[in-house]
Design a protein. Structure first.
Lengths: 584, 38
């Protein structure tokens, strides 16, 4: 493409920000010639990778301040400086990542304007006010983050600490609003509102923002970001643990890794339910889109998703089991670990059993159809709902067992308490299985989908009730053997790193599916994609692009970790600098 | 019957009733019944 042509389209796209009349004609009808191309660059892959890398870093830098705020508040409430130091170290990691987020966001904007100018022009026309606010909020976010980080040691003490915490709250409010604005643009492309079938904008910006999928994506992204952010700082702690040279350093990074893993898992547990809501809203908005999502070619990516989610649960549980070794008191619980592992692996196998199989004609004949006689039933959602709820409950059990490792309760009702807890889990699992089997296989679709809600509520109720009962039972508990931070095998650290890699990959794959649901539309049913890439690529191609993106992201994350580490190093350069007196 | 087993059995029945109530309430809120009526 000629440079003057590129300049023209860039100018046209920028002009759209100032010319509302550009929208009066509705969505443009394009041909392949309307898409500028850069020699040697595949437009779709370039925008795809830039958007994905921007999103990974953005998710990380938006999530870290959420739990930094919480950890700082815990430190203040307990007047325990360890929490304050931990919170500071978490935010320190995100500072370098923040610059990378901005750079990648700029790259994405340039690529959109250069390669998809008409689309950008159309979206900018509708979202002009929110894009302007986005720019303002971005400055506010940067200012708040820098004052929050660089003022950490300055804003200490009775009153100043409250000022600092308030800055953290504002930082989170601004960051979350920024994400919600960007989510509005993305979800408008999936489920457009405030436009007629020709794409003519009604002028109601709020309606365009508040489209059908906006809030489900908002919720899903907030929860997922916390889980992802926790896993990335967990990987940082693992990296520092593995390279630590002193026992003190190992103890600190072990504690940091444990806290990060706890955050990641606490957010991971409710995540499937946020995902269910998003999926239900996708079906409600367009049944065709829902079927494309889960009943068509993308269903196979859900199998990969299931494997990765299983890897997340297994590595998180494995980390907890390894961590029990920090106290000699854990020996009392080791014999239960194998049973937890058997149940979690069993649930994992059901979780990723496909409904249909890729078969040759001979195999199909031998099987008597595309569905296996017994395993076919496990490929349906009711079986998977039972499996994931059980996986979550047994992860909670691992956590409860970990909490008990170094302590012995002193209350008089230990026997009754344990019986109540065991009965709670047993009755809950029976309820989840009964709902799933009866409503899932012996009623109609309405009942099948509806019964997943009491299933979810059963799981959440068990988690809350179990934590409450266990906390009451272990109030004032006697320590049977001390918890020695740092006494954890190296392989537990690799589980933390696996957690971060699995989260990254998972986000990339699922993000690809979410975006690809639009198929050959830039804006669903309103603005057709006429570019050379207006087709769904093969799953192998998509997985390769996402994997390449995940590798680039992890390489950049290692760079961020390294920068964060060297920033606190000092080299003794005695003899290099002139002495103050000698300088004259 | 040993005391822990009895405590478990009593607690199991109580929790089961709680979950049954939860299922009934949630299905009812969605305009459905606990047992399927075609």
């Amino acid at each position: 493409v000629k440079p003057d042509r590129v300049l023209l389209v860039v100018l046209a796209a920028v002009a759209a920000l100032a010319v509302p009349e550009a929208l009066a004609a509705g969505a443009p009808v394009l041909t392949e010639a309307d898409y500028p191309r850069l020699a040697g660059v595949n437009s779709r892959i370039a925008v795809w990778l830039a958007a994905q890398l921007h999103l990974w870093f953005a998710a990380f830098v938006l999530a870290v301040p959420i739990f930094v705020f919480i950890i700082e508040a815990i430190g203040m409430a307990r007047r325990d400086e360890r929490y304050d130091r931990l919170a500071y170290e978490f935010i320190k990691v995100s500072i370098t990542a923040y610059s990378l987020t901005a750079i990648l966001g700029g790259l994405l904007l340039f690529l959109l304007v250069l390669l998809y100018p008409h689309l950008f022009q159309y979206l900018a026309g509708i979202f002009r006010p929110s894009m302007a606010w986005y720019a303002v909020l971005f400055f506010a976010e940067s200012a708040l983050l820098y004052v929050y980080y660089y003022g950490w040691h300055w804003l200490q003490g009775e009153f100043r600490k409250w000022v600092h915490l308030t800055l953290g709250l504002l930082l989170n409010a601004v960051g979350t609003t920024l994400m919600f604005l960007a989510n509005a643009w993305v979800t408008f492309m999936m489920s457009p509102a405030a436009v007629d079938p020709a794409g003519v904008f009604s002028g109601d910006t709020w309606a365009a923002i508040h489209n059908a999928l906006w809030n489900p994506v908002n919720l899903h992204r907030v929860v997922a970001n916390v889980a992802f952010g926790g896993s990335i700082v967990g990987a940082y702690a693992a990296y520092r643990f593995l390279s630590a040279t002193s026992a003190e350093e190992k103890a600190h990074y072990d504690w940091m890794g444990y806290t990060a893993n706890f955050i990641a898992i606490a957010a991971l547990l409710p995540l499937p339910f946020a995902g269910y809501w998003l999926t239900a809203e996708i079906y409600a908005y367009s049944q065709q889109m829902g079927i494309t999502l889960m009943g068509g070619i993308f269903a196979w990516l859900f199998i990969i998703q299931a494997v990765l989610i299983g890897a997340l649960f297994l590595s998180a549980n494995y980390y907890l089991w390894c961590g029990m070794g920090r106290s000699d008191g854990a020996a009392r619980y080791y014999r239960f670990v194998k049973y937890l592992a058997i149940v979690i692996v069993g649930a994992f196998l059901v979780w990723f059993t496909p409904h249909t199989l890729v078969l040759t004609n001979e195999e199909l004949k031998a099987l008597g159809g595309p569905y296996h006689k017994y395993l076919g039933a496990l490929g349906l959602m009711p079986a998977k709902n039972i499996a994931v709820n059980i996986m979550i409950l047994f992860t909670t059990l691992s956590f409860l067992m970990y909490r008990r490792a170094n302590r012995v309760p002193v209350v008089g009702w230990v026997g009754a308490g344990n019986a109540a807890l065991a009965a709670l889990f047993a009755a809950g699992v029976v309820n989840i299985a009964a709902l799933g089997i009866y409503h899932g296989y012996f009623t109609n679709t309405v009942y099948k989908v509806a019964s997943s809600i009491p299933q979810v509520l059963t799981t959440l109720s068990i988690i809350v009730a179990a934590v409450v009962i266990d906390s009451l039972m272990y109030r004032g508990a006697r320590e049977v053997a001390p918890l020695r931070w740092g006494r954890v095998p190296d392989r537990a650290q690799y589980a933390l790193i696996l957690l971060a890699v699995a989260f990254t990959w998972l986000m990339g794959l699922m993000g690809y599916i979410r975006s690809s649901l639009r198929q050959h539309w830039h804006v669903t049913n309103v603005f057709r994609d006429a570019s050379a890439d207006a087709f769904t690529p093969t799953l192998g191609h998509a997985a390769n692009v996402v994997s390449a993106g995940a590798l680039i992201f992890m390489a950049l994350v290692v760079f961020v970790f390294w920068v964060s580490r060297v920033s606190s190093r000092h080299t003794d350069a005695a003899g290099y600098w002139k002495k103050a007196g000698a300088a004259a | 019957v040993k005391a822990p087993a009895l405590a478990f059995a009593v607690a199991f029945v109580l929790w089961a009733l709680v979950f049954l109530g939860l299922d009934y309430g949630v299905m009812k809120m969605m305009g459905l019944s606990l047992l399927y009526h075609p």
